[in-house]
Design a protein around this ligand. Structure first.
Ligand code: SAM
Length: 308
């Protein structure tokens, strides 16, 4: 059972202070909205939403529904990926007339794997003010809870849907030392996990951040070699929204070593141990004896725990 809230309305006195802040007119407010839990919105964003003359949004039904949670009803202007340039002209005319307009997407931060960048570009080019109201973003939420220790991250967003283009994009990321962050649509999670497993060393850590801030939130970390089995272990995991984080490349020597092991594992699945070691030596340039020793170790390990 949840403990009784200490004071559920603790934020209300703060709202006066929030209202006393400056909210310039003739300004586009790029405003982040929740990625699942409607309570994840800042006080400043709530006040701005109450104040603006209109809200430009990806989907008027979704945004209307969100606003009604906060007891708000606003003039909504559809601004999606197919009409961004055209709608920007309309917004510019309204901003020039002195209006305040909020720009939101369906979830999270606009212009991050979402429409918005073209509108912001056009509004700035027209010499008008753009003010960000920061808040939720699935990538940052996932990174913060991943436990992957790295000072850098590389936000990839959605990979190409076509297998060949996706494989090429992943090849180009193989040497990146930064944590890699991917967005993925639920119906493609299996394909993406397979593509990652084919492209990267199986020992790299992957973090699944699923349904963040929602009822069935799951954050799971494992070696890439175990990723497909984790997804397959529960049919619910074929559904829901995912951020995938992949540990960055280890220093070059380790990476080279890891690549040799990846090649060796593939060959071991197809040919006898001695032949696998010889072929791996030809492909990778590593010493045949060292690869033979490693193949023996891998074989012994796989007899204890089958390789997935
Ligand atoms: N603009 C948003 C942001 O700031 O994160 C991203 C929008 S993008 C169209 C949607 C993708 O974000 C989903 O396919 C998923 O990869 C990720 N995402 C959004 N909400 C999520 C959530 N609650 N849990 C996990 N991933 C989420």
């Amino acid at each position: 059972m949840n403990p009784a809230p200490p004071n559920a309305l603790v934020a209300l006195p703060l709202m006066d202070e929030v209202a006393r802040q400056t909210y310039p007119a003739a300004t586009l407010y790029v405003l982040a909205t929740p990625i699942g839990n409607f309570a994840d919105i800042t006080l400043r964003a709530l006040h701005a939403l109450a104040l603006v003359d209109a809200v430009a949004c990806e989907d008027t039904r979704n945004t209307g529904h969100l606003l009604s949670h906060y007891g708000l009803s606003k003039h909504l202007i559809a601004a999606h990926q197919h009409n961004e340039r055209a709608v920007a002209e309309k917004l510019i005319a309204r901003l020039q007339a002195g209006e305040r307009i909020a720009l939101v997407s369906d979830a999270g931060t606009p212009a991050v794997s979402d429409p918005g960048a073209r509108i912001v570009d056009a509004v700035r080019a027209a010499g008008l003010r753009v003010l960000p109201l920061p808040g939720p973003s699935a990538a940052i939420a996932a990174l913060s809870a991943s436990g992957l220790v790295c000072d850098q991250f590389h936000f990839v967003g959605f990979l190409p849907a076509r297998a060949s283009a996706r494989a090429l994009a992943l090849q180009q990321l193989r040497a990146a030392a930064a944590t890699l962050i991917f967005y993925e649509a639920p119906h493609r999670i299996n394909e993406t996990v397979d593509a990652l497993a084919a492209a990267f060393c199986p020992r790299r850590q992957i973090v699944f951040a699923r349904e963040l801030t929602k009822l069935f939130e799951e954050i799971h970390r494992c070696p890439l070699s175990d990723a497909a089995a984790w997804v397959a272990a529960d049919t619910h995991r074929q559904k829901g929204e995912y951020v995938l984080l992949l540990e960055g490349a280890p220093p070059a020597a380790d990476e080279d070593d890891a690549e040799a092991e990846r090649v060796l594992r593939i060959l071991l699945a197809e040919c006898p141990l001695k032949q696998a070691a010889a072929l791996a030596a030809q492909i990778t340039g590593h010493k045949k004896n060292a690869l033979y020793e490693r193949a023996l170790r891998l074989k012994a390990e796989s007899e204890q725990t089958p390789i997935n």
